[in-house]
Design a binder for this molecule. Structure first.
Ligand code: NCD
Length: 331
């Protein structure tokens, strides 16, 4: 399998067939599932993201997407995804229609998702959508003439998060092949791990899933990943695999997805990463979390150099800038 490291992305992608790098392959496209992405696509997105990282640091705001409008439509709460897309379009020189309080929009009058999409695409050039139902982004895309970016469809997928997670691994580790990645927490309802696990099948990795029995990775997903010949293990104790883990990806127990409040109360504090836990981890392990965290990573861990979750947020800005610029045909 192919390896490309953060600092060699340019080298690696220059090995792609001439014209493959900037051939406008994402222009006008929807981003609905992580399964859409090939290794070549990743090199292309990360190349652009890396360029934006340097440009933002040097210049701050670019004018690449001047005059372009993003509709940021969030039916579920969000801090990072929503504000990083807003920051991304601003830093590309564009503007945003932010709709995060759908109860103040016509959605509260009973407007359907297709009609809301048809409305927003009359005013905007690209739509970012977060919605509680699995398949909602695909439904929106059926009606949309403008690109839809899936920012989380219920417990389904979160493809832009998986891309920024992989970009983080590349930036922090320099490679993906050969790594042992352990996903911890709510693997049943956590859409970020659903997308990330699928994305990792493009590499030669080992994946451990550590969760309470009730919050295991969906069986169909495990089967899909097995079909791609990825070594996987399902466990309930972190101790069994912590010492071998290169990347520990912690997730929040998703309170809002539980129908039984007592069950949530019983499971919510199953795992907590503390300095004592970190003492048993590899000295160069990378600790990630899509955030928000509740209790699953103690604040005492934040100053550990292995804690990458705040850097992960910043990488997300550059990846989302790249995705917006690419679907707008501007990268
Ligand atoms: C995640 C999400 O919304 O799925 N957060 C995010 O996008 N950064 C994870 C979560 O809410 O726990």
């Amino acid at each position: 399998m192919t390896t490309f490291a953060a600092n060699t992305i340019n080298v690696q992608s220059s090995r792609l067939p001439f014209g493959a790098q900037h051939d406008g392959r994402f222009k006008g496209k929807h981003i609905l599932s992580i399964s859409q992405f090939s290794l070549e696509d990743l090199a292309y997105v990360f190349d652009v993201a890396e360029e934006f990282r340097l440009l933002v640091r040097r210049i701050g705001v670019l004018d690449l997407c001047k005059g372009y409008v993003l509709a940021n439509l969030f039916y579920e709460p969000s801090t990072r995804t929503s504000s990083s897309f807003i920051a991304a379009i601003h830093r590309l020189g564009g503007t945003v229609i932010p709709i995060s309080e759908v109860r103040y929009s016509s959605v509260s009058k009973g407007e359907t998702l297709p009609d809301t999409i048809r409305t927003l695409e009359s005013y905007a050039d690209v739509i970012v959508l977060r919605h509680p139902e699995v398949g909602s982004a695909a439904l929106a895309a059926k009606y949309a003439r403008k690109p839809i970016l899936n920012a989380g469809d219920g417990i389904g997928e979160h493809p832009t998060q998986a891309l920024l997670d992989l970009f983080t691994i590349l930036q922090e580790r320099g490679r993906v092949d050969g790594l042992t990645i352990t996903m911890l927490g709510d693997l049943r309802f956590g859409r970020t791990v659903h997308s990330l696990a699928k994305l990792l099948t493009l590499f030669n990795v080992k994946i451990n899933y550590v969760s309470p029995d009730l919050l295991k990775m969906p069986a169909d997903l495990v089967e899909q990943i097995r079909a791609k010949n990825i070594a996987q293990q399902e466990l309930s104790q972190l101790d069994d695999v912590l010492g071998d883990t290169d990347v520990l990806y912690v997730t929040r127990i998703q309170k809002e997805r539980f129908t039984d409040a007592d069950q949530y109360e019983r499971l919510k504090d199953t795992y907590t990463i503390t300095p004592e836990v970190m003492a048993h981890a590899k000295p160069d392990m990378t600790l990630m979390h899509p955030l928000p965290r509740v209790n699953e990573i103690s604040m005492d861990v934040d100053n550990d150099p292995r804690a990458a979750y705040f850097r992960q947020m910043e990488y997300g800005l550059y990846v989302r800038m790249a995705l917006l610029a690419l679907v707008l045909g501007k990268a």
